[in-house]
Write a protein that binds this ligand. Sequence first.
Ligand code: C5P
Length: 407
Amino acid sequence: MSDLHGSRVLLGVTGGIAAYKAALLARLLVGAGATVDPVLTRGAGRFVGAATFEGITGRPVRDEVWQDIPGETHVALGRAADVAIVYPATANVIAKLAGGHADDLLTTTLLAATCPLLVAPAMHTEMWEHPATRDNIAVLCRRGVDVVGPAVGRLMGGDLGAGRLVEPDEAFERLVAQLRAARSRADDLAGRRVLVTAGGTHEPLDPVRFLGNRSSGKMGFAIAAAAAARGAKVDLVAAPSALPTPPGVERHDVTTARQMHDAVFALVDVVDVVVKAAAVADFRPADVASSKVKKSDGAPRLELVANPDILADLGARRAEGHPRPFLVGFAAETDDVEDNARAKLTRKNADLLVVNDVGATDAGFGVDTNRVVILGRDGSRTEVELAAKSAVADRVLDEVVGRLPAS
Ligand code: C5P
């Protein structure tokens, strides 16, 4: 039986010449056993008729917010969908999705949908390459939308270039992959307890100053959110961060590396997995002034002492014969990235090490996207291309789940 059998697919069709290909995609989906809800924008309806979609899907075609007010069509359609795709997606609908607009049935429905969303752009090369479209696509990627294509090829009017809608079979395969990933992840951490550390520690110098680092906590918070969504009981040990606590996550706020060490070791016997996404200060000031250091006293001398290495201590504890917890470290490297990371994996006795190249501007500290390599103690190496931190979080957890002993 196909992965799509029994699933509900929301098929958004917008007004481009390639809209006719959406009928072929609808046929593939129906043929694989999916229930397809076609939602056409007004522009789409000028290129391809609603009757075509009704005939193929056996479902009513919706194109108006004002239909079936009592049934709250947009909310009902959005909630019912297991996966949604906008095929083709014009520059206009991409801009509206990026801006959170809800001025027709499709955009309103997609704002109410919580399922995975794929967007397949189709437009002329100039429009695809316009900074506005680039920015809008970047916003969607950051939110975890899967942007499929566009392909390079023949465009309307005989032009050649980037902007061609991907073929229906390619969109179909991506959609199946998204659905399969969402399904296999559902509750695959149920019954497990996962501890995540996040953010950058603050090491006080005096009551108002501290030594810190540029970690925002976004990666660790994304992992906590993803683990909770997959059914785990999650403890998030968070260094100072303004980020909201993800739903279903128990948060333990700490400030310094030593506090983080204590919070982690207080839970170490009851958790199955520790993910150390936090950027922990390796050193702290030897003395903390009890009142604010005054400029008039001249430049203070800074003497630093080493902080505990929490991950290494966890690894050492395991080497002493504790089989749990499974240990995931992070490494923020700027040079000889993978060699240094492999050495770190061994030195700290971790099971997995997630390597960030923090020299890049679109990955690592502060931004919403990341590009990582996941190294395994077993010698494995998994590259995760640039993606939303939420998507990277799921890829990291995929690697963890596959290695956990049966519970
Ligand atoms: O040695 P380095 O700081 O690059 O190692 C990074 C990994 O070790 C991260 O997972 C980080 O959370 C952890 N770490 C730690 N305690 C420290 C320093 C780093 O747990 N004092």
